[in-house]
Design a protein around this ligand. Structure first.
Ligand code: CU
Length: 641
């Protein structure tokens, strides 16, 4: 049951005209039509992106924003790529720009086509037959991006490489049976299989399944846990605008990022105070550590090369989401310029988070306890073998948290040499789970109490022993203002318990403090891979846990606008060479965090979720604990057993 909340309330916004209202199916189709009428590229014309062109940070708020779309279209015959802006109100093309050398993302529509091309190639079929595989319906050839690893023709072809597994029977888990060493290199623009590599060993045939139909018996010692919200949910929803417990914001959804939070504000007494103008995960990369064969080319940028939102699931009530749930649909464009709807792509609900705060006055016997809760805005994307679960959490104390969980199936490889074993864990005989990382880049347009913000770094330093520190216990927090983009490139430091604080320096409270938010780097990983690796060259954003840039509407993607087969140095490394001032102006904070993953045997055949996160928590935004008004709660459904 989807819960429509508080329909008797006033609308939060006029959703028909709000400049951030997601594109409708009609608007997506209209955008493609306008572009086609102005510049028909012929039979090879495809559409990478049709998305809302959001108002820029410096757009005057008192003048209505024209409703516009950004369109990226390409020609599979010539390989050319163009960007267009469409004025939807006037049904006209506003701009048309060629981006020489740029390669569009690999759309979900193109996945199965690439597999079909491999399976129609006689060299590929013959390599499978040599391994005893003749039923091609059991073969899975996942098309992966190849980056820029020196493959012949990489400058003028739109390449994918197939990574191949085979099922032992219908619905078997193919990842237990890697077809090591077999790889087709395919140009997905012209449909040509450029080469077939075939170097590998026998296929391992031990089955390893996880699906319920393979489970002969389920344990019987688990009694149900139900989430009961007898009075419904506490949020108000109007279109894509939400209010909950003193928070308000709008939800967006793009093919490349998935969920976007817009105009996040907190209510402080009767005043709405801005916190963030726009927040999303703008990029992620999964570099693998094996130098062998096709594995050396595995550096999946799941936002920039594929589009994490485009691979979002339709969520299921009761298993993906528990409690009183409100779903939002994701409306996206396909490669033909048509629209499609991912039903229930975004889930929103409340969760109990345990004790918010508690104190026992042991002299008086007074006990005060408050329970915490959070609003969860989530989506789940299936990227080939893996699932990524994104959860934005808004807490009662003003904290904003983002948790990313990974589950699904590790990317398995066969073992073709003793040397291969060094780069992973043998999860079942002759099947390797390779060492890899998942590095996410959050893009946060901060707007604490207004557009002009700045970032401080806080390190806690131990004072030298001496007259100021006679018994050696002294340590103190030291603040440093990050003034330019060069200063804004920072890494976490466990030694000084480093964190960063975003502040609005226009005003001070009565104690002289600026309102701010701490960014706590809770899940930093060190990006591995040398300076000449794809990670080092094309994912330079991973070199630092923090970057700060002036907010600019054309600087959205930390690894560059077009990541597929991109040139080195794009995105954050290139923009920040300008070393712009980042003090007291609209700034974007970029935070890289993630998971370092040497697979365990327990990660197979399906991986229990693992998690990483980032946390923004108020620091001087409120004069004191803002949650004293949370009423004491007593659950009437809890019982002694
Ligand atoms: Cu992993």
């Amino acid at each position: 049951m989807s819960v429509e909340q508080n329909t008797d309330h006033q609308p939060l916004n006029d959703t028909r005209t709000h400049p951030l209202e997601p594109l409708s199916v009609t608007e997506i189709r209209l955008s493609a039509d306008v572009v086609r009428r102005a510049h028909d590229l012929g039979a090879g014309m495809r559409f990478e992106t049709i998305e809302l062109k959001e108002p820029s940070v410096d757009a005057p708020s008192d003048i209505p924003t024209p409703r516009r779309t950004f369109v990226c279209t390409y020609d599979t015959v010539t390989g050319d790529l163009y960007e267009a802006v469409v004025d939807l109100d006037n049904r006209t093309l506003e701009s048309w720009l060629q981006r020489p050398g740029a390669q569009p993302r690999i759309g979900p529509d193109e996945f199965l086509n690439a597999e079909r091309l491999a399976l129609e190639d006689p060299r590929f079929v013959s390599a499978l037959e040599n391994r005893g595989v003749t039923d091609l319906s059991l073969v899975c050839a996942d098309p992966w991006s190849v980056g820029r690893c020196g493959l012949p023709g990489e400058d003028h072809h739109r390449l994918v490489q197939t990574i191949v597994w085979v099922r032992s029977g219908a619905n078997d888990n193919q990842f237990a049976h890697p077809v090591e060493g077999l790889c087709a290199i395919i140009d997905i623009n012209n449909g040509e299989v450029l080469s077939v590599e075939d170097t590998g060993p026998e296929i391992p045939w031990n089955d390893s399944n996880y699906a319920s139909r393979f489970q002969s018996e389920f344990r019987t010692d688990l009694k149900p846990i139900e989430v009961v919200q007898p009075e419904g949910a506490s949020f108000r929803v109007d279109g894509y605008a939400v209010e909950w417990a003193g928070w308000k914001f709008r939800i967006g959804f793009t093919a490349r990022e998935g969920v976007v939070l817009h105009d996040l504000q907190l209510k402080d007494n009767d005043r709405w105070r801005p916190v963030m103008r726009r927040a999303s995960i703008a990029e992620m990369i999964v570099p693998y550590g094996s130098p062998h064969g096709l594995h050396a080319r595995k550096n999946a940028f799941d936002c920039g090369e594929y589009g994490i939102g485009a691979m979002a699931n339709s969520l299921e009530l009761g298993c993906d989401c528990l409690g009183s749930i409100h779903y939002f649909d994701g409306i996206l464009s396909d490669i033909h310029g048509d629209a499609y709807v991912i039903k229930n792509a975004i889930c929103m609900h409340e969760e109990d988070t345990g004790i918010l705060w508690k104190h026992v006055d042991f002299r008086t016997g007074d006990v005060d306890t408050r329970r915490g809760r959070r609003l969860v805005i989530s989506f789940i994307a299936t990227v080939g073998n893996y699932e990524y679960l994104y959860y934005w959490y808004l807490h009662l104390d003003g904290s904003v948290e983002l948790e990313v969980k990974a589950t699904g199936i590790i990317n398995t490889a066969g073992i073709d040499s003793q040397a291969a074993r060094a780069f992973g864990t043998e999860v079942i005989p002759d099947v390797l789970g390779q060492i890899h990382q998942h590095i996410f880049c959050a893009r946060l347009e901060m707007s604490i109490d207004g557009p002009d913000n700045a970032v401080m770094e806080i390190n806690t330093e131990v004072l030298p022993e001496g007259p100021e520190n006679p018994v050696g216990n002294a340590f103190q927090a030291v603040e440093t203002l990050l003034e330019t983009e060069a200063m804004g490139k920072r890494n976490a430091s466990i030694g000084t318990n480093r964190y960063w604080k975003i502040v609005n320096r226009a005003e001070r409270d009565e104690l002289g403090r600026h309102a701010g938010y701490r960014l706590l780097p809770t899940s930093c990983v060190t990006a591995l891979g040398g300076p000449r690796s794809q990670l080092g060259l094309r994912a330079g954003f991973t070199r630092h846990h923090l970057w700060v840039t002036p907010t600019h509407e054309t600087q959205r993607w930390p690894a560059g606008d077009y990541v597929n087969q991109s040139q080195p140095g794009e995105g954050l490394p290139r923009w920040t060479q300008a070393d712009r001032n980042i003090v007291d102006r609209p700034i974007t904070v970029w935070h890289c965090f993630g998971l370092h993953h040497l697979p365990r045997p327990e990660d197979f055949p399906v991986q229990p979720t693992v998690s990483c996160s980032m946390m923004l928590t108020p620091d001087g935004f409120f004069p004191s604990n803002p949650t004293l008004d949370v009423p004491p709660a007593s659950s009437t459904h809890s019982c002694h057993v």
